[in-house]
Design a protein around this ligand. Structure first.
Ligand code: ADP
Ligand code: MG
Length: 482
């Protein structure tokens, strides 16, 4: 995106830092549960509560999840990493510090390929990913005078993914977040729900004159909680920078807050008041050492990721790039499609999936896992059309019943007597009948009103209650009228 100012054209420069909650049964340094929705302060161990003398123990499963994520980001896995203390005071962080990784993160540089609206792709470079603990929550809206503290989230494992400043437009950042979420969900390492806070995004923005390669002062918007808001924050913040520069001002490095109501950003704290975190190595945890064997073992468990699946659907199943992209973005949809397509015409299955099937889910407000039409039955329905057992038109009626009852399509066709008529003598009899009953139309046709052809075909199909094979009807009507 290029911003046209009064004196200059400007380019956006943006980098993202994304906190992703690790899917694991227990917290990263304690055995307390991570279960969402428990009563306040029910999932809190002495470690999470910061009791003196308590010792953190690293949860192996969280490490496994982080390595899996790193591999999914096509990133370097660092065999040596370390934990550090990041010191700051927050009422919902009783230890007074966060255990995180600083100098030596578990994951190094990687790549995420994003898909842009014009059909092109772009590689976004990942700078690093480290693991750390989450803080608790302060609740300000229960009492007018008091703030309540819920420590259930304190100590839940997080992966912080940091990108290079590679985004040049809000669209690129949006495409990145959607792709990242899709990858994390395929990996089952984070559920990616931004609205529930399990994926939270800090947005860094600056601008520069178009064509220059300098990096100017950036501002950071913390915890922006939807893809749409991230895109808005980037655009509006970039426009603000352009204003400042074009009026001869200087952008100050600061943390700003995105206000979802106005879509604007406002100053929160300047860098001069920024925290000095006084990082130092965490004395209660040894360095984390991984072996090649271990990394290979995790690599062997990786599922097929969305880009690979998409390429396979295009190359092996003949789907268009667009259809493959839509189907692969969501893991559940991709798995459903694969199940439905096995042994059937994959392109036709994709058409049904993206047409009537998605419309039905939307109309009934169901997720794909709740669909009354199973993947197998959708495949069978496509087969019935392919084998000329039913016409495409009847198939719509069959599908409607399937989405009410969940029944098999063959059974519905059988019970309703909807099998397509492909017996040419039966069709011929109907054609003859229609011709005999409409002598005036036949005369008109022969007199030059050739447009009546479609009318005859329609009459025959109607007479057959929609069951006559349309191609055979067409051929017979042409033959009889000529
Ligand atoms: P810090 O350690 O202060 O958070 P980093 O250098 O790690 O700073 O950068 C944090 C984020 O800011 C990264 O996502 C990076 O891509 C982004 N970033 C760095 N410089 C700029 C810039 N000039 N404009 C926009 N984003 C930037
Ligand atoms: Mg930062």
């Amino acid at each position: 995106m290029i911003i046209e100012g009064k004196t200059n054209k400007w380019e956006i420069v943006c980098g993202l830092e994304i906190h992703c909650q690790i899917i694991s049964k227990s917290k990263i340094f304690s055995t307390a549960s991570t279960k969402f929705g428990a009563d306040a302060n029910q999932n809190v161990s002495f470690v999470d509560a910061g009791m003196p003398g308590m010792l953190p123990t690293l949860n192996k499963y969280c490490v496994h999840q982080a390595v899996k994520t790193g591999l999914g980001l096509r990133a370097v896995i660092n065999k040596y990493s370390e934990f550090s203390r990041k010191n700051y005071f927050y009422a919902d962080m009783p230890t007074g510090y966060q255990i995180t990784q600083f100098q030596y993160p578990i994951v190094g540089e990687g790549i995420v390929t994003i898909d842009l609206d014009d059909g092109t792709t772009k590689d976004i470079r990942i700078e690093r990913m480290h693991i750390e603990q989450d803080a608790g929550k302060s609740i300000h809206d229960i009492d007018p005078h008091k703030t309540f503290i819920d420590l259930n989230r304190a100590g839940v494992g997080l992966m912080e993914i940091v990108t290079k400043p590679d985004f040049r437009s809000p669209e690129e950042a949006g495409a990145f977040l959607r792709k990242l979420r899709s990858i994390l969900r395929y990996l089952e390492t984070c559920d990616g729900n931004m609205d529930e806070g399990s994926m939270r995004c800090d947005v860094n923005v600056s601008v520069r004159p178009l064509g220059s390669d300098e990096f100017r002062t950036r501002c950071e918007m913390k915890n922006v909680n939807s893809v749409k808001f991230v895109m808005q924050a980037i655009e509006n913040e970039a426009r603000r920078h352009v204003e400042v520069y074009e009026n001869g001002g200087k952008v100050e490095q600061e943390t700003r807050q995105f206000d979802a109501v106005s879509g604007q950003t406002k100053a929160m704290r300047k860098k001069e008041f920024a925290h000095d975190y006084r990082y130092f190595p965490e004395p209660d945890l040894p360095p984390l050492i991984l072996t090649d064997e271990y990394i290979k073992q995790v690599a062997d468990e990786l599922p097929e990721l969305p880009d690979a699946k998409k390429a396979r659907f295009v190359n092996e199943l003949g789907l268009t790039k667009y259809d493959a992209a839509v189907i692969c973005e969501n893991k559940e949809v991709a798995y459903f499609f694969e199940k439905a397509a096995v042994g059937h015409d994959a392109k036709k299955v994709a058409n049904w999936l993206m047409g009537d099937f998605f419309a039905m889910l939307k109309c009934k407000n169901l997720t794909i896992d709740e669909s009354p039409v199973s993947a197998e039955n959708l495949g069978k329905l496509v087969d019935l059309i392919e084998k000329n057992v039913i016409s495409g038109k009847i198939a719509k009626d069959v599908f409607e019943i399937m989405s009410e009852t969940g029944e098999e399509p063959e059974k519905i066709v059988e019970e309703k007597g909807w099998k397509q008529v492909t017996d040419s003598s039966a069709i011929e009899a109907i054609v003859d009948k229609v011709i005999a009953n409409n002598a005036d139309k036949v005369a008109a046709y022969k007199g030059g009103k050739t447009g009546l052809m479609g009318w005859f075909v329609g009459q025959v199909i109607k007479e057959s209650q929609g069951k006559a094979n349309p191609k055979m009807v067409n051929d017979l009507v042409v033959k009889k009228l000529s």
